[in-house]
Design a protein around this ligand. Structure first.
Ligand code: CA
Length: 223
């Protein structure tokens, strides 16, 4: 899952972006509003964390530009305690929720999960495909109730597949969802990951559509 972090405070930005990566999110971090708008025009995200006080164009301006461009990605506002009016204006302008600085990381993550699953029309933290169950709150995956040991990248890949069962994803889409800017992607990294993931979730669970990509199938039978 890919996050756009818009924050001009270097300390907050650095610690948040590290913590998000530890939570198995792919993070792109921009430090002003203009870069945020430019980025949103070319890259889809699962969620946006948006500071309000920003150079060039402020958070409200980003929000307005986004909604004008019909970008419906959920937005979680990061706001200072004394910005109550801005917070209300932000919610009115189409933000989905906010957290007040200084915030607890646990609260940020919990609110992100709520917004992401609301955007995906899901009620709980558990996603099930066949005998696989993935819990996005504790990042655990079980197969037939037996826990699977996944690497961070395998977990991220499996989440991407399980959020859209039966949907074929191209290699580029998968790379976008797993690797942020500046992360060197080996040309066959996705193939290797799929190979190792299949060994854990079942060879027939992840199916290949030649020339188009891969998808997770709700049935594990041979095509
Ligand atoms: Ca700021």
């Amino acid at each position: 899952m890919r996050v756009l972090l818009v924050e001009d405070d270097l300390m907050i930005g650095e610690s948040l972006s590290e913590a998000l990566q530890d939570e198995a999110y792919t993070v792109d971090w921009v430090k002003d509003g203009r870069d945020a708008i430019l980025t949103l025009k070319v890259q889809p995200y699962d969620i946006i964390l948006l500071d309000l006080g920003l150079p060039n164009i402020d958070g409200m301006g980003v929000l307005t530009a986004m909604r004008d461009a019909k970008i419906t990605t959920p937005v979680l506002i990061l706001t200072a305690r004394d910005e109550l009016n801005d917070r209300i204006k932000g919610l009115d302008a189409g933000a989905d929720d906010y957290v007040v600085k200084p915030f607890e990381l646990g609260e940020v993550f919990a609110r992100m999960r709520v917004l992401i699953r609301r955007a995906q029309g899901k009620a709980g933290n558990q996603i099930q495909v066949g005998e696989l169950i993935l819990d996005t709150a504790n990042k655990r995956v079980t197969k037939d109730n037996i826990p699977l040991e996944l690497t961070a990248k395998e977990y991220m890949l499996l989440t991407t597949f399980m959020l859209s069962p039966e949907k074929v994803m191209s290699k580029t889409e998968l790379e976008d969802s797993l690797y942020g800017w500046g992360g060197e992607v080996e040309s066959n990294a996705i193939e290797f990951l799929i190979h190792s993931l299949r060994k854990k979730v079942g060879q027939q669970r992840i199916k290949n559509v030649r020339g188009l990509g891969w998808y997770i199938s709700s049935s594990e039978t041979e095509q």
